[in-house]
Design a protein around this ligand. Structure first.
Ligand code: SAH
Length: 217
């Protein structure tokens, strides 16, 4: 027997539908689509919202924050994934933990920081329940990165603002960072690839994330 809160197979059909929609919207990397298909998004939202978990929309997760739209999660993941498997990945803004759970299927280790203690704790419980033992979480301000674990092969920032300078320093040579950067009233998804001391910048288009803030709650 399964219910909405369990890790049952009830959501399998709707999850496959979501994956088809992502493919139609232009996500072509099979590794990303597989990781999305394998991640039960309904377990990353409140039970009252679980029936909407496989819609391609952002949803509230409390404390004024949101779980990102699946298309955006897929796009960010594809943007940092090179040819092979990722080694160490840093995420800023754990939120529900969904993006970290998707990354965890494609990386050796995922380090993720969240400034709101309550969200960090619930995400950590979800990782534990789902057996995602390669995700490490911290209640910390992501503006500092995670110096003791640097350098990272990929850095994914899931809150919008100015990209913190320290993140460039914590990127491995050949590593890739994606971040929603504030540009006037809007945000642009920026991808930065490190080549030694050079940082190549690309604009991947308009996005809309909750703001990157400072300090802890
Ligand atoms: N990746 C998340 C999206 C969460 S929304 C998911 O898949 O669900 C962005 C999150 O970033 C929010 O939870 C917010 O509290 C957090 N955040 C904002 N500024 C931060 C900072 N400086 N350090 C760490 N987390 C931050």
């Amino acid at each position: 027997m399964t219910h909405a809160g369990g890790i049952g197979m009830t959501s399998e059909g709707t999850r496959q539908r979501l994956v088809r929609r992502l493919r139609d919207k232009g996500i072509r990397d099979e590794r990303v689509l597989e990781a999305m298909a394998a991640t039960p998004r309904h377990l990353f939202v409140d039970e009252a919202l679980s029936s909407r978990a496989y819609e391609d929309t952002a949803l509230p997760i409390g404390r004024g924050q949101t779980i990102s739209q699946p298309f955006v999660v897929a796009m960010m993941t594809a943007a940092v994934l090179g040819e092979g498997r990722l080694g160490k990945v840093l995420e800023i803004g754990t939120g529900s933990g969904y993006q970290a759970a998707v990354l965890a299927r494609l990386a050796d280790k995922v380090f993720t920081t969240e400034r709101i203690g309550e969200l960090q704790r619930s995400a950590r419980q979800r990782f534990h329940r789902l057996g995602l033992h390669n995700i490490y979480t911290r209640h910390a301000d992501g503006n500092d990165g995670w110096p003791s674990q640097a350098p990272f092969d990929a850095i994914v920032v899931t809150a919008g603002g100015r990209i913190p300078d320290v993140l460039y320093d914590q990127l491995a040579d050949g590593g890739v960072l994606v971040a929603p950067e504030e540009a006037g009233l809007h945000q642009q998804l920026i991808r930065v690839t490190r080549h030694g001391d050079q940082f190549e910048r690309e604009n991947l288009g308009a996005v809309s994330f909750v703001p990157l803030r400072e300090g802890l709650e």
